[in-house]
Design a protein around this ligand. Structure first.
Ligand code: HEM
Length: 378
């Protein structure tokens, strides 16, 4: 299955690169939309609902971040070696939320549930598809993302994923990479997927703060995250799963730190610093792979042409920079086989990174630890 899924996803990306998505389109029954595959017409009302009522004009902000994270936590409930570890991108995180949302690693996924549950209830696609579709649309809010493809037709879960499939921020690099590999994702996929932390922050790691960003530009899908993780940590991070960070207001996950410095991944990590195109393309490919884990990719329909184009970064935004007052001497370099890129330092005095404003739609009955939630059925 993993080989089939990989083959299909690479072939799909090839099609997109070759412009196959501009092939002749069928007019949808609504008379106003068209799609290459007529099955994709079912997605247009969902797209309109999400665009208007879920993300609105909030951009690459809290709601988009929440929708992206839950797509990972749903997909990773899968193993290429153990059929008892879940059926992957199958909606189980919500369908069996009364079980999965209580897992420690899923703390805070309740935000995504509060956000998405009303949309899942009123739109007629599988929960599994909804989670991946909303995540794909969330990416299109973030400047710097490469056009995300979308495959449609996932089958919903019939059982929860067990505890232990979602990596934890306090685990070693070896343990995280082993879990990802067991699900079918290589060390290079893991680094690429962590580009998601360039548009992310923590609500629960530090019990006294929410929306604490992982880099200084949490609304941009840029390589700044890959640089900032490599800067010496000078501000203590006392909570479990937290490492010292280099800039006030920024939270560094210990898991990001150990993967940035592990022998297996340090040079892949450094290779993405100030390499926007490489980062965006690697993420595009690995995200596609992640979003179909456990599904029979040969039965999915390519609906990539339904997905709007993400905004581009300006040339200034695409340039990685040392935060004010920092420079190459502040880099903790673990990749010995490549020279560190030559980067400018942002002008001005040291500043604190502002927190990410919390979206009221992520607030609701469902509590961070999964209590009081009302779950959908498959
Ligand atoms: C591989 C190991 C990973 C670990 C250990 C990890 C861990 C975490 C943790 C602890 C948080 C903060 C939770 C909180 O306190 O609110 C977080 C946030 C986030 N993660 Fe990851 N993550 C990993 C991979 C991924 C992947 C592969 C994706 C997506 C493809 C992802 C997307 C996100 C996003 C978007 C957020 C921010 C959510 C928000 O602001 O609401 N993460 N992650």
């Amino acid at each position: 299955m993993a080989f089939t899924a990989l083959f299909v996803s690479l072939a799909l990306l090839g099609n997109i690169a070759n412009g196959a998505s501009t092939a002749r389109r069928a007019t949808c029954p609504d008379g106003k939309n068209s799609a290459k595959n007529v099955e994709c017409c079912a997605l247009f009302p969902v797209l309109e609902d999400i665009q208007t009522n879920m993300f609105g004009d909030s951009g690459c902000a809290d709601a988009a971040h929440a929708a992206l994270r839950v797509a990972f936590h749903d997909s990773i409930g899968f193993s290429t070696t153990d059929a008892n570890k879940g059926t992957g991108a199958d909606g189980s995180i919500f369908i069996f939320g009364e079980t999965e949302l209580h897992y420690e690693a899923n703390l805070g996924i309740a935000d995504a549930f509060n956000l998405e549950a009303p949309f899942i209830a009123r739109n007629n696609i599988s929960v599994a598809d909804f989670i991946q579709f909303a995540a794909t649309i969330s990416l299109t809010k973030c400047p710097g993302v490469a056009q995300p493809p979308f495959l449609f037709g996932r089958v919903d879960a019939t059982a929860p994923a067990p505890e232990g499939t979602v990596p934890e921020p306090f685990q070693s690099a070896a343990d995280i990479l082993a879990r990802m590999a067991d699900a079918g994702l290589s060390p290079a996929d893991t680094v690429a997927l962590l580009a998601s932390h360039s548009i992310a922050g923590a609500d629960d790691i530090d019990p006294d703060a929410s929306g604490v960003p992982f880099d200084s530009t949490p609304s941009l899908f840029d390589t700044q995250f890959f640089l900032e993780i490599l800067l010496n940590g000078t501000i203590p991070g006392p909570n479990q799963g937290q490492a010292s960070s280099p800039i006030r207001g920024e939270l560094r996950l210990q898991s990001d730190f150990v993967i940035a410095h592990d022998d297996a991944t340090a040079c892949i990590w450094q290779g993405l610093v100030n390499n926007q195109q490489a980062m965006a393309q690697a993420f595009q490919q690995s995200f596609l792979k992640m979003g179909i884990l456990g599904q029979d990719a040969t039965k999915l329909v390519d609906c990539s042409d339904v997905i709007p184009a993400p905004p581009a970064l300006t040339p200034i935004q695409a340039q990685a920079f040392f935060p004010p007052q920092l420079n190459i001497n502040d880099v903790q370099q673990s990749c010995q086989s490549a020279t560190f890129p030559n980067l400018p330092t942002a002008p001005g005095a040291v500043v604190s990174v502002p927190s990410i404003v919390q979206d009221p739609l992520t607030d609701g009955l469902c509590q961070d630890d999964g209590t009081d939630c009302v779950f959908p059925s498959a």
